[in-house]
Design a protein around this ligand. Structure first.
Ligand code: ATP
Ligand code: MG
Length: 284
């Protein structure tokens, strides 16, 4: 693919600011444990924020590209994707697919080659800052940028943590739910110390919660003991509709808006937006 200018063609992107200053908050969704609900959260929190009229960009930074397929975004050989942005210097603005299902929802998709990016970036100076630099040019166009990351603590997750203002940690309500979290928190501390002093914890999200099971309540109790107020008040129920929706390339709010899963993610978006509005009001 031809090398594109680093700023790209920002004029291609629709004007969504409506004159209001955007929040420009970047949230990395991370947990090196596989299958805990990172992608489901990126897709459905993204869609729910867009429904709440927040300009939202979902960035798929996982070579499995499940967020891309979950949102029904197909690869276009004419357009760059995240791999081209990270490895070949294509501009993120050119990689953005606009109005994905909702006018306020945009996405940067991934393809399998992204797995090679970790190796290809290895000799790059400041290889952990590539995504941060790439997102800089579009940050002001959005209220929320959500980054889906792979189940590892490799260079792609590191790039997501360095680019982000906060990290959202989904944990699945299952045996060993908290196992491995100390490794993730240790990585967060290293990033805070050396690469991104401002990185904070957005919150810990309980996923696949089943209120009939003692185990779910137990995991919730342990998470609250460990993370205190950082645990979101909203938890996401185990809901088969959430697992079905990606095969239709739709967020749950389109696939089945009345499902408990849809309600869960809409209420998570409301919780995050309310917190930000309170923060803004206290600064003003
Ligand atoms: P990976 O680490 O492989 O990237 P992940 O952390 O992104 O996985 P998901 O892909 O979001 O996890 O979810 C794992 C599986 O569980 C998927 O099949 C998804 O559809 C399903 N799932 C996620 N959340 C729920 C839920 N609340 N209820 C039922 N199924 C769910
Ligand atoms: Mg995933």
């Amino acid at each position: 693919m031809a090398k594109l200018s680093s700023r790209g063609n920002l004029t291609n992107l629709p004007e969504k600011t409506g004159g209001n200053k955007s929040l420009g908050r970047i949230i990395a969704i991370a947990n090196q444990k596989g299958g805990v609900g990172k992608t489901t959260t990126a897709v459905n929190l993204g869609a729910s924020l867009a429904i709440a009229e927040k300009r939202t960009l979902v960035v798929d930074s996982d070579p499995q590209s499940n967020a891309s397929s979950g949102l029904g975004v197909e690869l276009d050989p004419e357009k760059p994707d995240l791999y081209d942005c990270l490895v070949d210097g294509a501009s993120i603005a050119d990689a953005i697919r606009t109005s994905v299902h909702f006018p306020m929802l945009d996405m940067v998709p991934a393809r399998r080659d992204l797995a090679g990016a970790e190796l290809e970036l290895i000799d790059r100076v400041q290889r952990e800052r590539v995504l941060r630099v790439a997102l800089d040019s579009v940050r002001d166009m959005y209220d929320y940028i959500l980054i889906d990351s792979p189940p590892s603590l490799g260079l792609l997750t590191l790039n997501a943590l360095v680019a982000a203002d906060t990290v959202l940690i989904p944990i699945q309500c299952e045996f060993y739910a908290l196992e491995g979290l100390s490794q993730l928190l240790n990585t967060v501390r290293i990033v805070q110390r050396n690469m991104n002093r401002k990185l904070g914890i957005e919150g810990v999200l309980l996923t696949m919660y089943d209120s009939r099971l003692n185990l779910s309540k137990q995991v919730k109790g342990e998470a609250e003991e460990y993370f205190g107020a950082k645990v979101f008040k909203t938890w996401i129920p185990r809901n088969v509709r959430l697992a079905e929706a990606p095969s239709f390339g739709q967020p749950i709010a389109l696939y089945d808006v009345l499902s408990t899963g849809a309600r869960g993610y809409l209420s998570l978006a409301a919780e995050i937006v309310r917190k930000d509005e309170r923060k803004q009001a206290s600064v003003a």
